[in-house]
Ligand binder design. Sequence first.
Ligand code: COA
Length: 196
Amino acid sequence: MSNNNNTEEKISLPNLETDRLYLRERTVADAEAVFEYASLPEVSWPAGFPPVKTVEDEVYYLEHVLPKRNADHHLPSGYGICFKGTDKVIGSVDFNLRHADDVLEMGYTLHPDYWGQGMITEAAQALIDLGFTQLGLHKIEIGCYDYNVGSRRVAEKLGFTLEATIRDRKDAQGKRCADLRYGLLKSEWEKHHGSI
Ligand SMILES: CC(C)(COP(=O)(O)OP(=O)(O)OC[C@H]1O[C@@H](n2cnc3c(N)ncnc32)[C@H](O)[C@@H]1OP(=O)(O)O)[C@@H](O)C(=O)NCCC(=O)NCCS
């Protein structure tokens, strides 16, 4: 019964282009490419999940787990990140949690070969713009562990405000750390991007 009919509830998003990137939905055909980075502990643990063990596990995730999560929480399908002119997925940017009808939480991952080049900031900005202009969002949130300097810096560069430091939580490996909560209101986004 886990083979459900989630596709009926699917919320698809348009493909997007940024200066350097092409954002499109991930499918089962991307399993090997996604596995290349989702199997790496330095990517998976800070993002909150154990390294994916096999390509078959990645296939199952893309075919069943991700669509079910999106359907259950009424979340849009999200994006695989590719370089323009290529079709290989090197990362992801998604809304992965729904806090209210108009408040979604964003998550992101990237293959380490491409860290530190502003890729996630560029991709996340495109998703934020879409969220406020086309999805009717009022607020977008980001959660990250306090030791995740790269993710904290992405949130800051995108104009998010640190709203809470939830002390003494555990990360995905059970290590104590603070859980940081960032938020960006549509009104704050409009100040930088002009009203729609
Ligand atoms: C976090 C992550 C998504 C960032 O992606 P990215 O494309 O490298 O991000 P950007 O290049 O847009 O920005 C990263 C910023 O953090 C800075 N940074 C990264 N690691 C850092 C460190 N250890 N110390 C100081 N600054 C650091 C970079 O210099 C850059 O800031 P700058 O533009 O001011 O120089 C990527 O590292 C990743 O996939 N990590 C593993 C998964 C993960 O943590 N996901 C987020 C879960 S909340």
